[in-house]
Design a protein around this ligand. Structure first.
Ligand code: HEM
Length: 398
């Protein structure tokens, strides 16, 4: 099996192709014009290397960088996306991240644990009362969506809008998105930002005890978020705040069902949960690839890559690199040394990692406690798409 992000067979099992790619430091992939980087050491180093960026627009125009202009119809999409910290580089990134971190401190996040636990327990109790069902739709999705929506202060009646908007926007993160996907993403970005602008305006005028109000009012030496930055930040938090967590839960439980001895080990010792969650995120990585632009000439393993090129960092491959992990293809829930890269590294390291870890610990914990004999009821299928890895559903019986 070769690297083929559009093939369902490859998406279902990319790991042999990754092993092959790790034989070389980089491989040029013609269909996307990207350099694939498959080894852990290189992915880790490039994420921290300031000669690369998620964007190049802070140092050059499209033309100066040898790239085509964005089609005008994408303007509303890019306006929202480039107003959030993920798609900008310093100095703007530093400023946005500092302002948002103020309203998102580890202490504030840890204080949410009892609430997250209560939501997780409620969802799992309902799931158990029904004798099981689709774990993705009934537990994996509603937990992080509810948590991030409550944090931001999105009214309950509007929360059903978040998943579809987010899914439509995330379509743009797949490789070579179709025109249809791009148009859908533009529409979602317009609707989502329109909705959040109104909400933010209302909160600025009449602040509540929520993150949108806190972000609207946050000030750092006189600096505050502009209206556009506030909306871009909320879109980012709402999307990033649930998409991967949903997928880790679905993929994680399926990984446990496929490794029954490890599942029994966890059932016998819930104390393994912290290392188990890290290992599940390593063994089958929810976000398989992140891209970076090369802002200054670099060399990777002796191969020169010029300014203007794009690299694709293969997280799923890095997490199975035998140079870093003993027996990388084995799921070992007690793995001690586990420098997986699933939350990224460097300046864009996941801002929500502490919250994601709390959500995963509480939902896996509640399922272990309340559904001690949970079992697979039907073979799941992978969602289409390579970059964002997830299951369409996971039918399970309690
Ligand atoms: C298991 C769940 C999650 C995974 C695997 C994950 C993974 C990641 C990764 C890999 C990045 C860096 C992307 C890059 O370097 O190009 C990132 C960034 C980010 N994540 Fe997460 N994430 C998760 C959950 C969350 C949650 C729950 C939130 C928020 C509540 C969140 C908010 C963010 C934000 C704001 C960024 C941008 C940080 C920056 O650009 O400085 N994530 N995430």
């Amino acid at each position: 099996m070769r690297f083929d992000p559009w093939s369902p067979e490859f998406v279902a099992h990319p790991y042999d192709a990754y092993a092959e790619l790790r034989q070389r430091p980089v491989t040029f992939f013609e269909p996307t014009g990207q350099w694939l980087v498959a080894r852990h050491a290189d992915v880790n180093a490039l994420l921290r290397d300031r000669r690369l960026g998620r964007s190049y627009l802070h140092v050059a125009t499209h033309t100066e960088f040898g790239r085509p202009e964005d089609p005008a119809f994408l303007d509303p999409f890019w306006r929202v996306i480039r107003a959030g910290m993920l798609d900008v580089e310093p100095p703007v990134h530093t400023r946005l991240r500092r302002l948002v971190s103020r309203a998102f401190t580890p202490r504030m996040v840890e204080a949410l644990r009892p609430k997250v636990a209560a939501i997780a327990t409620g969802l799992v109790e309902d799931f158990v009362a029904r004798g099981g069902g689709d774990l993705v739709a009934e537990v994996a999705e509603p937990l992080p969506v509810t948590v991030i929506a409550e944090m931001l202060g999105v009214p309950e009646a509007d929360r059903h809008l978040l998943r579809p908007w987010s899914a439509d926007i995330c379509g743009m993160y797949e490789l070579n998105p179709s025109i249809e996907t791009q148009r859908t993403a533009v529409r979602a970005a317009e609707e989502f930002s329109g909705y959040l602008s109104e909400l933010a305006r209302a909160r600025r005028a009449d602040p509540g005890d929520d993150l949108i109000s806190a972000l609207a009012l946050v000030a750092d030496g006189g600096d505050t978020l502009t209206e556009e930055e506030l909306v871009g930040t909320c879109v980012l938090l709402l999307n990033a705040g649930h998409e991967a967590t949903v997928n880790v839960t679905g993929i994680g439980w399926w990984s446990l069902f496929r490794n029954p001895a490890e599942l029994e080990r966890l059932r016998a010792d819930h104390g393994l949960l912290p290392t188990a969650i890290e290992e599940l995120m390593r063994w089958d990585t929810p976000l398989q690839m992140f891209e970076r632009w090369v802002l200054e000439d670099i060399s990777v393993g002796g191969v020169d890559i010029p300014r203007g090129a794009e690299v694709a960092l293969l997280f799923g491959s890095a997490n199975r690199d035998p140079e870093v992990f003993d027996e990388p293809d084995r799921l070992d829930l007690g793995r001690r040394e586990n420098p997986h890269i699933s939350f990224g590294a460097g300046i864009h390291f996941c801002l929500g990692a502490p919250l994601a870890r709390i959500e995963l610990a509480e939902s896996f914990g509640a399922l272990l406690r309340l559904a001690p004999r949970l079992e697979l009821a039907a073979e799941p299928t992978w969602r289409p798409g390579y970059v964002i890895r997830g299951l369409t559903a996971l039918e399970a019986r309690v």
